[in-house]
Design a protein around this ligand. Structure first.
Ligand code: G4P
Length: 191
């Protein structure tokens, strides 16, 4: 998605060789117009996949996902990372390890938001190691539902997330695929 790549080049900063700061438009400050265009692009790609619901993971996945859900006219569910007392009870839960943040969390989905007939699109802001997406997949499949595909806003293609997911047979569609980060360097995969 050219608009997104241009925005990353204009306002993104490589903090080091592995972390891209995009907090002026994606995960702190949020550019709603850009999110809308992201929603349109995901819709164009996924509209014939028979999707019934869109899942994301709190918190930075929410903005692009809500725009996609709006445009696809589908229900959206945010998977929780912290289980509140209100959520306890009938839930699916799985432990996810974040290599980027060096923490574990319990990804949680209330059973009432999924059924075996569902065909789920999973959307997230970043794909690094693929651990969050694989956690979401475990929850969907534990419920007996299907994963239709994984939509990613920014994929770090030099990390193994895409390969880990594709090796298990899942489709990954990323709007910007970053091949290299470094001091004053942001490069994309040639497509
Ligand atoms: P994985 O799911 O692909 O394995 O990724 P990993 O755990 O390693 O990293 C996921 C978390 O780290 C996400 O935040 C994601 O937004 C953030 N992240 C990963 N790489 C980058 C990066 O290069 N730049 C920025 N800005 N963030 C990155 P999170 O823990 O889910 O928090 P939230 O921001 O969604 O609340």
């Amino acid at each position: 998605m050219e608009t997104l790549k241009n925005r990353i080049l204009k306002d993104g900063h490589a903090l080091n060789e592995s972390v891209l700061k995009v907090d002026s438009f994606l995960n702190h400050g949020v550019d709603a117009k850009l999110m809308q265009e992201i929603g349109t692009t995901f819709k164009e790609h996924f509209e014939n996949h028979g999707i019934t619901k869109i899942f994301t993971i709190e918190s930075s996945g929410i903005a692009p996902t809500v725009m996609t859900a709006l445009q696809m006219e589908l229900p959206m569910v945010t998977l929780k990372k912290q289980t509140s007392k209100i959520l306890s009870g009938d839930v699916y839960q799985t432990t996810v390890h974040s290599f980027t943040k060096a923490v574990d969390y319990e990804l949680t989905l209330s059973k009432k938001f999924i059924s075996p007939e569902d065909n789920i699109l999973i959307i997230d802001d970043f794909l690094a190691y693929g651990e969050a997406a694989q956690g979401a997949i475990r929850l969907v499949e534990e419920a007996g539902a299907k994963v239709a595909g994984i939509g990613i806003v920014i994929e770090k293609s030099f990390q193994p997330g895409r390969k880990n997911l594709e090796d298990k047979g899942y489709e990954v569609y990323s709007l910007a695929r970053v091949s290299k980060l470094g001091k004053d360097i942001i490069e994309f995969v040639e497509e």
